[in-house]
Design a protein around this ligand. Structure first.
Ligand code: NAI
Length: 217
């Protein structure tokens, strides 16, 4: 593990490195040079060397990177080897879609329960039991989940987050549109807005369209 703290901008790039390295592993590729990895990822070789040197490099002059070792180390740095126990709150459209289609295990999490305030939703989704919110505290006492995914309306998000913190939750994957940054530095929050990515796309399409209309003139 690295001795020095890695900057958040490097951390944000690690999942992408891991994804590409995972693809190489599937193709039984054991080593790769920074130049080859750079070409695949549309980055510069020096950016890759700079990023990967943050935690020991793993590269050898004239050999390149050991794909498996680098993949494992990145997984470890991201904490994916811990397989944090995770609960999902809100078994509506989004909660169901995530439970059915998101690969929690590959992302390094273990989904152990789903909670909803609405009795009509109770049952199970993809083999994961849906509990009523009234059972949350008891469930957490017994199972000690670390991470919670919030798929509930904005108006209830803060209240539910506070309850979850009391139940020992240390990290939130927050889809609720209620953006909260907690004062407590012992709790991590990732606010997710799919629309941010869509708006970035809009900006880029806009640029292409304006360029095309300039060349048409
Ligand atoms: P939905 O109405 O289908 O589901 C919400 C579920 O939350 C319902 O089953 C409801 O019973 C439950 N719920 C409400 N209050 C609760 C509470 N206090 N405790 C436990 N469960 C509670 O809504 P949908 O479509 O699944 O969306 C959920 C939220 O996610 C909405 O706030 C929506 O705006 C947001 N969203 C965010 C996206 C993003 O990119 N961040 C993308 C899509 C939706």
């Amino acid at each position: 593990m690295p001795k020095e703290k890695i900057s958040i901008s490097v951390i944000k790039r690690l999942p992408r490195y891991r994804r590409y390295l995972g693809e190489l592993l599937k193709q039984n590729i054991a080593k790769i040079s920074s130049k080859e990895l750079a070409e695949m990822m549309k980055l510069t070789a020096s950016q890759i060397r700079q990023d990967l040197n943050c935690f020991g490099g793993f590269g050898q002059q004239g050999y390149g990177y050991n794909v498996k070792a680098l993949y494992d180390e990145i997984s470890k740095i991201l904490g994916l080897d811990k397989k944090y126990k995770t609960i999902l709150i809100g078994a509506g459209n989004l909660g169901r879609a995530l439970t059915l289609h998101f690969d929690f295990e590959d992302a390094g999490f273990e989904l152990i329960g789903i909670f909803d305030a609405n009795y009509k939703e109770i049952g199970d989704i993809n083999g994961i039991k849906v509990y009523n919110m009234e059972e949350l505290e008891k469930f957490c006492e017994i199972n000690h989940p670390t991470v919670a995914i919030l798929c509930i309306p904005k108006c209830n998000a803060k209240e539910v987050a506070d309850l979850l913190i009391d139940c020992g939750i240390k990290g939130f994957w927050n889809f609720s549109q209620k953006e909260f940054a907690l004062d407590n530095s012992d709790i991590a929050v990732e606010n997710v807005h799919l629309s941010d990515s869509m708006m970035t796309l809009s900006y880029r399409v806009n640029e292409i369209m304006s360029k095309n209309s300039e060349t048409d003139e």
